[in-house]
Write a protein that binds this ligand. Structure first.
Ligand code: KIV
Ligand code: ZN
Length: 517
């Protein structure tokens, strides 16, 4: 019989906490809305005690995303639990997720705590979390390297205090599928009360086994699986949601479980995350990679043309990859554009379509054929999560042989119209120097990556940037057929975000924000 497994998405917490994936509050809310459309059951929206941004993100998601359970992570401390409780207060359905390491290695080296102290801490923290919500998840961090007797004792205590979900993570990605499945079976056998709660799997991919381990746990009775879109997360990442879901669907007779995921939303969700973070999955990534459905070898192409099943175990549209039926160009009208977006799964509001159409026409002046990837770049470019205090009015660069000069004009309500020149050892550095001169701030570039959206000499270049302004990191992106212009625009987007963050913080201080009190 097919079991329904709960999908607990931790893209916004475990995924986002990995270096390079940081998102603004607005971006997290946008992604959370898409996760709701995707059909996840639980969204772990953040770790409120870790930063003001995380606190506000959880609060906003709780207020705006109403169908899934909204979970907030907390260590086993009063402050963490209280902040988590406060952040999820407005949710339609809320959960506090408390965790404590249980392996001897972590207890000794990290927490400097005895086993007895750990048991007491679990007891008190689950009890405290229960005072905020009935739905409490307790995690035994490093469960897979914890002695089974002690692990079972901790699980018993957490359940006796009212935990409704017990998560047994393979925190360091060390377990094998056989070991990980066996741990779930043993906990179920030795802890009779475990029959009344949901057991959960949470796997990291250090040995490339996260998905295999998650599937083994499900086969051993886990009722919840914790995972991230594209498998993003600490170090080698977490188990990839799309792989677990599609393994369950495609090999239903083998695994006998299903989820509430709408698989046609998988590609869209993956693309949204990639455009937000700049981290695109490798081309051969299962389900959502650029080449996941490409057939290069002639013998394969021939087979697929005769019958898709010869070399394709999943139809691309099952995961939301639309086969291109239309190539757009300079003469394409607004209707054709709207129709192609619809085929790609995006129903755009009139106003958004109008803005994208203008950008489309500008792009069509520079590029003969506009492909789906270009349209996605235009779409993701069209979201402005911060007011456009600065806008690029003009950019001129002169460069060659290791020196460059840029002349930049910015306009906008904050800057008025201002112009400055900058120099650098290349055109991008010179443009950045000019922007920095205009805004009067030192801007440190932490990372800049460039991606060609499609093949060909007239390709759109997408620039992803992380900059440090006034001691804080902001990420932003932009796209253009001219990569110097795309870099300057990305820099300006980052500055707009930093201005927006400043004004939000000032407003929060005025209203005496709970965080930090
Ligand atoms: O990997 C892990 O153990 C975690 C816990 C906080 C659940 O992410
Ligand atoms: Zn984790």
């Amino acid at each position: 019989m097919t079991r329904r497994v709960i999908v607990f998405d931790t893209t916004l917490r475990d995924g986002e906490q990995a270096p390079g994936n940081s998102l603004s509050v607005e971006e997290k809310v946008r992604l959370a809305r898409q996760l709701e459309v995707l059909g996840v059951d639980v969204i772990e929206a953040g770790f409120p005690a870790s930063s003001d941004t995380d606190f506000r993100s959880v609060q906003e998601i709780a207020a705006q995303v109403r169908r899934p359970v909204i979970a907030a992570l907390a260590r086993c401390t009063d402050r963490d639990i209280d902040l988590a409780g406060e952040a999820i207060r407005g949710a339609a359905r809320s959960r506090i997720h408390v965790f404590l390491s249980t392996s001897d290695l972590h207890l000794k080296a990290k927490l400097r705590m005895t086993r007895e102290e750990a048991v007491e801490r679990i007891r008190e923290s689950v009890r405290r979390a229960k005072s905020f919500t009935d739905d409490v998840e307790w995690s035994a961090e490093d469960a897979s390297r914890t002695g089974l007797d002690f692990l079972c004792r901790c699980v018993e205590v957490a359940i006796s205090e009212g935990a409704t979900t017990i998560n047994l993570p393979d925190t360091v990605g060390y377990a094998t599928p056989e070991e990980y499945g066996a741990m779930f079976r043993e906990v179920r056998r030795r802890v009779p009360a475990a029959a009344g709660v949901v057991l959960s799997a949470h796997c990291h991919d250090d040995l490339g086994l996260a998905v295999a381990n998650s599937l083994a746990a499900i086969s051993a009775g886990a009722g919840q699986v914790e995972c991230t879109i594209n498998g993003i997360g600490e170090r080698a990442g977490n188990a990839a949601l799309e792989e677990i879901v599609m393994a369950g669907r495609v090999r239903a007779s083998q695994y006998a479980f299903d989820t509430g995921i709408e698989s046609r939303e998988l590609y869209r969700t993956s693309q949204m995350l990639s455009h937000l973070t700049g981290a695109f999955p490798q081309a051969n990534k299962a389900i959502v990679g650029r080449n996941a459905f490409a057939h290069e070898a002639g013998i394969h192409q021939h087979g697929v043309l005769q019958n898709g099943l010869t070399y394709e175990i999943i139809e691309p549209d099952t995961v939301g990859i639309a086969r291109s039926s239309l190539v757009l160009g300079r003469h394409s009208g607004r209707h054709a554009l709207a129709r192609r977006f619809q085929e790609l799964g995006y129903d755009l509001e009139d106003e958004q379509l109008g803005g994208i159409y203008l950008a489309f026409l500008q792009l069509a002046e520079r590029k003969r054929q506009i492909l789906d990837e270009d349209l996605l770049a235009l779409l993701h470019e069209s979201f402005h999560d911060a007011p456009e205090e600065f806008q690029l009015r003009e950019l001129r660069v002169v460069c060659g042989s290791g020196t460059a000069t840029a002349d930049v004009t910015l306009a906008g309500p904050y800057a008025g119209t201002r112009n400055a020149s900058g120099t650098g050892d290349g055109p991008i550095a010179a443009a950045f120097a000019a922007v920095s001169e205009i805004v009067g701030k030192t801007i440190e570039v932490e990372s800049l990556s460039l991606r060609s959206v499609t093949p060909g000499r007239d390709s759109v270049g997408q620039v992803f940037l992380q900059v440090r302004v006034d001691g804080r990191t902001f990420s932003a992106h932009s796209a253009s057929t001219d990569i110097v212009e795309a870099s300057a625009r990305a820099m300006i987007n980052a500055l707009n975000k930093s201005r927006h963050a400043e004004s939000l913080e000032a407003a929060a201080l005025d209203s005496n924000s709970y965080w930090g009190v």
